[in-house]
Design a protein around this ligand. Structure first.
Ligand code: GLU
Length: 439
């Protein structure tokens, strides 16, 4: 099935179909949103052309000695979209489906996200095509060190600052920071963010993406005249974004009626307890929710979970979950995107036409990179903030961005996604125009 008519990309043609890889569809979606914003902003074709391209793309082969003595070769990427507003910033993900298309799309989304939050960064992203659950800790450490070495020519505290993303965490960042520092012969902890506290990490970084999703969910409910207390919420994904979003929303009185992880969906119309579910995963042999059971609980598929009747649906797993195939069946009033790129551009149009309000990823999940920014600032100044200072500043940045996106969407009569893209794209375009094209 064809998702939409072809659009041109860098002089060529890009047609994404439902059979295409998730990465290809994501890139297509990202470019569609950029094109839409460019048209509404009446951006000059020259600047639009610059924004459609990626400034630097690095693909690396990563030979790693496995525990059994064999050598496996993995493929890694680091993509820097632009350097218009500051050094590159963005996570590194470890997943079997990582591809150049996906990393390119994610780097572009980071550019718009940083610009919407008015952070002095440009977008970048990295990834390794690997199933991390099949590697031992030692293999993962060797892979991470080799990857850091391989991308070292293009990263740096004032060049491009990696961070955690899907299947990477503070342990990964500790290895990256150590590898970079050892090879450079300096203490350069500010090379990455999302580090352990003991290595210069920031208080409040670990739960920041999920907390940001909760803040934006509550602001959205209030803006549209809904009560936070008792609002029904469905969360797809129970990783660091989904869990913390569910935790903070439950704490503020929302009723979390469904949660899913790789083992499937868990639905209870009377409400679920995210704390108890997390505790269960810690002691379960598979480290998942498989086997979790409480009175009133129903098992649902991932597909059924997305289509449950609720006030708020939070897709906080992977990209391309809400597509032309299921957008007609979504019953949520609001969608708050915890994941990057969970909604295809065709689905986005269907949801908008059906009156479902979607808060886009580049606003909704920006709490993580916002606190990454604070971590980087603390590292550069060698001066650590207390948790209260981190939280207050995070809320200030999130509230300001939310208000600016809402104001622009209202004044231009566009969706929140279109408003967010217009805000982000206009800020980056403005920076490029003021700097001029080198030389
Ligand atoms: N991976 C996160 C994101 O997609 C955080 C990036 C960062 O902190 O640099 O926003």
């Amino acid at each position: 099935m064809t998702l939409a008519p072809p659009v041109t990309r860098e002089g060529g043609t890009i047609t994404a179909t439902i059979q295409d890889s998730p990465g290809m569809r994501m890139l297509y979606t990202a470019l569609n949103h950029l094109d839409d914003a460019a048209e509404r902003l009446q951006l000059s074709p020259s600047i639009h052309r610059v924004l459609r391209s990626c400034e630097r793309t690095l693909k690396v082969a990563l030979p790693v000695e496995m525990d059994n003595g064999e050598i496996e070769v993995f493929t890694g990427y680091r993509v820097q979209h632009t350097n218009a507003r500051g050094p590159g910033k963005g996570g590194v993900r470890y997943h079997a489906d990582v591809s150049l298309d996906e990393v390119t799309a994610l780097a572009q989304l980071m550019t718009w996200k940083c610009a919407v939050l008015d952070l002095p960064y440009s977008g970048a992203k990295g990834g390794i095509s690997v199933s991390p659950q099949n590697l031992s800790e030692k293999e993962l450490r060797r892979l991470t060190r080799r990857y850091t070495y391989a991308i070292m020519p293009i990263i740096g505290p004032k060049k491009d600052i990696p961070a955690p993303d899907v299947n990477t965490d503070e342990r990964t960042m500790a290895w990256m920071s150590d590898t970079y520092s050892m090879l450079q012969g300096i203490a350069a902890q500010e090379i990455v963010t999302g580090k352990p506290i003991a290595l210069g990490g920031s208080l409040g970084r670990a739960d920041s993406t999920g907390l940001g999703v909760a803040i934006i969910t509550e602001s959205t409910l209030k803006r549209y005249g809904e009560l936070v207390e008792g609002a029904t919420v469905v969360v797809q994904g129970f990783g660091k974004v989904g869990y913390w979003a569910a935790h903070y929303l439950a704490q503020d009185g929302c009723k979390i009626i469904a949660i899913s992880d790789v083992s499937g969906g868990y639905y209870n119309p009377n409400g679920l307890d995210p704390e108890a579910m997390l505790k269960y995963t810690k002691s379960s042999p598979t480290r998942t929710l498989e086997g979790y059971s409480v009175p009133g609980l129903e098992r649902v598929t991932n597909e059924e979970l997305l289509c449950l009747k609720c006030d708020v649906l939070i897709p906080a797993a992977l990209e391309d979950q809400i597509t032309s195939l299921n957008a007609d069946h979504i019953q949520a009033k609001y969608i708050v995107e915890g994941a990057n790129g969970p909604t295809s551009s065709t689905a986005d149009k269907i949801l908008h036409a059906r009156g479902i309000i979607t808060v886009p990823d580049i606003l909704a999940n920006a709490g993580g990179v916002t606190v990454s920014y604070f971590e980087w600032v603390q590292g550069l100044q060698a001066f650590l903030w207390d948790l209260d200072t981190v939280r207050k500043n995070m809320r200030r940045f999130m509230d300001t961005a939310f208000q600016q996106v809402c104001d622009l969407s209202d004044s231009r009569h566009v969706s929140l996604r279109q408003g967010a893209f217009m805000l982000g794209v206009s800020r980056v375009a403005d920076a490029i125009e003021q700097r001029g094209i080198f030389p």
